[in-house]
Write a protein that binds this ligand. Structure first.
Ligand SMILES: Nc1nc2c(ncn2[C@@H]2O[C@H](COP(=O)(O)OP(=O)(O)OP(=O)(O)O)[C@@H](O)[C@H]2O)c(=O)[nH]1
Ligand SMILES: [Mg+2]
Length: 467
């Protein structure tokens, strides 16, 4: 990984904009900028103190041609995004200006930056750890205000602080074992074992809490996968359109209108929802519709939440009963649609799922709406937010939002659990440090302390160029 050269990229999005930015980072940034920048007052970037802006023109020194008018932001190492000298050329936002300035900068000694390379340098130069670097990407890609807030907290090092605290505890435990090995003849055995176990149980608790928070965290990052399920013609596509406030899906009075799964994003009280309208479920011969029904059932199984739609103007069908049973073990909201029509729907006690066994899951939530008249939708949205974010208040913005982090935490937990059972089974202390070493490595992966280059490259390649 080169870090001694100077990189450059267009950091603003492609297309037309009022302002565009070409960004340079590295030890020659200032020198390159001075070769192509002319200030009316003959100011030099080199002589400009850090955190200042200069006005002038970008000029091709070989021809004297003025390429654009520009403001140059000068940020000198080490207090910059990458900890290197950074120069940002703010010019007009057209693609041609930006491209010509970038080419000029490259011809004067900079190299095109790879995706995420500015952030990668911030990481390699020790300004941020890997979890923070990943948070940069999450801030950029946030789906809602709530997701963005959580990403900013992670960027500020909130998650890293928690992981570091856990690592410290594991390290203390490892030191404790070393001491125990040295002193074990002195008959402090039972006391020491009890203490080790207590410490390990505390670590286990912290890990479990973070892993538990990831359910909500992943929703914030990826969106809660919510499938709209039901018989044909009950109004699934109508509900999708009403929630999206546009005619995304085709609605007709003919049963079997929707065939493919239609996906879109919704923002419900800050919670990103990936909503999926599906084909109506029934027994059919038609090959295309049959495939549609198969996909509906798959969406239902994969979903984090199911909106099971029933037609309130009809009596309950056998298919409705089957779907209620099928969705009983998921987060399901029973939506009774067509409340504007005379109601015929009735439930027998046996139609609804039995009360929760583990005491955690409540009874089915039931909401009445009319997708056509757009009534009851606020109640439904509240119910969705409430059901989805059962853990929201418990976690606030302290959530693990990245699947890579969840896997690393789970790996750590496995090691800590084996450690606990080994202590319980009186495994000789010499063998105990192996588990702790593994636990340390796994937590180190989150912060990028123990991450091999290929993992790093994979993470940073998800960024856009110029970030
Ligand atoms: N009166 C009334 N009609 C509704 C309501 N919601 C949907 N409809 C009507 O019911 C019919 C079917 O609506 P869709 O939204 O296409 O139903 P669907 O469940 O997507 O149907 P498939 O795609 O065939 O599975 C249309 O004629 C809608 O106008 C409602 O709340 N009230
Ligand atoms: Mg439909």
């Amino acid at each position: 990984m080169h870090i001694d050269d100077t990189i450059a990229a267009i950091s603003t999005p492609a297309g037309h904009g009022g302002i565009g930015i070409v960004r340079l980072s590295g030890r020659d940034s200032v020198k390159i900028a001075d070769r192509i920048f002319r200030s009316p007052k003959k100011k030099k970037v080199k002589e400009t103190p850090s955190q200042r802006i200069l006005y002038g023109h970008i000029v091709n020194p070989s021809t004297g041609e003025i390429i654009d008018e520009a403001l140059i932001s000068v940020m000198k190492a080490p207090n910059t995004y990458t900890k290197e000298d950074i120069v940002e050329i703010n010019c007009h936002g057209g693609a041609i200006s930006l491209r010509r300035i970038l080419e000029l900068v490259l011809s004067k000694g900079a190299r095109p930056a790879r995706p995420g390379e500015f952030t990668q340098r911030a990481f390699l130069n020790g300004r941020i750890d890997l979890a923070q670097a990943e948070a940069v990407l999450d801030v950029v890609n946030s789906l809602t205000v709530q997701s963005q807030k959580t990403a900013v907290q992670q960027l500020r090092g909130r998650l890293s602080g928690k992981i570091e605290a856990i690592r410290d505890e594991i390290m203390e435990l490892a030191a404790f074992i070393e001491a125990y090995i040295d002193f074990q003849e002195e008959d402090i055995e039972s006391l020491a074992l009890g203490d080790m176990k207590k410490r390990a149980l505390n670590i286990k608790k912290s890990l479990e809490k973070l892993i538990e928070s990831s359910r909500y965290g992943l929703i914030l990052r990826e969106g809660l996968r919510t499938a709209i399920i039901g018989r044909p013609n009950v109004g699934k596509s109508s509900l999708l359109n009403a929630l999206l406030e546009n005619d995304r899906a085709i609605v007709t009075e003919i049963p079997g209108t929707t065939r493919d799964v239609i996906e879109d994003y919704l923002n419900i009280q800050g919670l990103p929802i990936k909503i999926m309208d599906t084909a109506g479920i029934r027994d059919v011969e038609d090959i295309a519709e049959k495939e549609g029904v198969k996909r509906s059932l798959e969406s239902m199984e994969d979903a984090d939440m199911v909106l099971l739609i029933l037609d309130g103007s009809e009596v309950l069908h056998e298919t409705d009963r089957e779907l209620i049973k099928k969705s009983a073990c998921q987060n399901t909201i029973l939506v009774i649609n067509k409340s504007d029509l005379p109601q015929k729907i009735k439930f027998a006690v046996t139609d609804l799922p039995p009360p929760p066994v583990n005491g955690k899951k409540e009874d089915f939530h039931i909401v009445k709406i009319s997708a056509k008249k757009e009534t009851g939708l606020d109640k439904l949205k509240n119910k969705i937010a409430e059901t989805a974010a059962g853990s929201r208040t418990a976690h606030g913005t302290d959530t693990v939002t990245n699947i890579r982090h969840v896997h690393a935490l789970e790996k750590t937990l496995v090691s800590i659990n084996s450690f606990i059972s080994e202590v319980t089974n009186n495994t000789p202390p010499e063998f105990l440090s192996v588990e702790l070493r593994e636990a340390l490595d796994a937590t180190g992966e989150i912060l990028g302390l123990t991450s091999p280059d290929d993992i790093l490259n994979k993470i940073f390649s998800n960024f856009c160029i110029g970030k």
